[in-house]
Design a protein around this ligand. Structure first.
Ligand code: ADP
Ligand code: ZN
Length: 209
């Protein structure tokens, strides 16, 4: 199955994606994770995007589209994928349609208060990308990932100023994709407020699996 996960920052796309990958046996492609890995490795891409991402802004469409196009050309995604964090603009969605055929778009529905609460406490594993939360889902040993032992840290773009900026960017540039995909009959709305186990149940029901 070829899926897009759409929704504001902090809606839980990445958290559900980890579960959905297991259920659907497809690869998760997270543009945010690819960018963060490039930053950590200080590759030319990483050096180019670091300040943009830390400020909560979007990487330019040309760079992002080229990255995803290259990734989707690989064999391991021939039968399916979950695109987490792409497309984030109408031009990205239009470009995607020229090199891949998306089957469904899962729209994570959550009010702004929910986003602020989640991003305010988010902690991420540097190694495997698992998302913890300072209140709702603490790592059992502070600073260490329960799944891989990696270092758990707070992303620079989860600082309050960057979070506000990301919400603004989401509303202006990404939210129009909801109508874009609804008009194509691809959109499935999922209430992103419950805990992840409940969302998994609703997700499977929505896909009829
Ligand atoms: P979240 O899901 O919490 O919003 P991501 O990990 O998906 O965050 O992305 C982090 C940052 O990476 C974004 O704020 C943006 O700067 C950059 N980014 C990720 N995906 C895209 C994209 N499709 N287009 C442009 N920039 C992107
Ligand atoms: Zn980990």
């Amino acid at each position: 199955m070829k899926l897009i996960f759409l929704g504001p920052p902090g809606a839980g796309k990445g958290t559900l994606a980890v579960r959905a990958v297991d259920i659907l046996k497809v690869q998760q492609i997270s543009t945010g994770s690819i960018f963060r890995a490039a930053i950590a490795e200080e590759t030319p891409l990483g050096l180019k995007v670091k300040s943009i991402i830390d400020a909560g802004k979007l990487v330019d469409d040309e760079t992002t589209i080229a990255l995803v196009k290259e990734r989707l050309a690989k064999d391991d995604v021939k039968n399916g994928y979950i695109l987490d964090g792409f497309p984030r603009t109408i031009p990205q969605a239009e470009a995607l349609a020229t090199f891949s055929t998306v089957e469904k778009v899962i729209n994570f529905d959550i009010p702004d208060e929910g986003v602020l609460e989640r991003l305010g406490g988010r902690q991420v594993c540097r190694k495997c990308g698992f998302n913890f939360h300072a209140i709702f889902n603490k790592p059992s040993k502070e600073g260490n990932c329960d799944h891989c032992g990696g270092e758990v840290y707070i992303r620079d773009d989860d600082k309050p100023e960057a979070v506000q900026k990301r919400l603004e960017v989401y509303r202006a540039q990404t939210a129009p994709l909801i109508d874009f995909y609804r008009a194509k009959g691809l959109l499935i709305d999922i209430d992103a407020r419950p805990m992840v186990d409940e969302i998994v149940v609703n997700f499977k029901k929505a896909l009829g699996i």
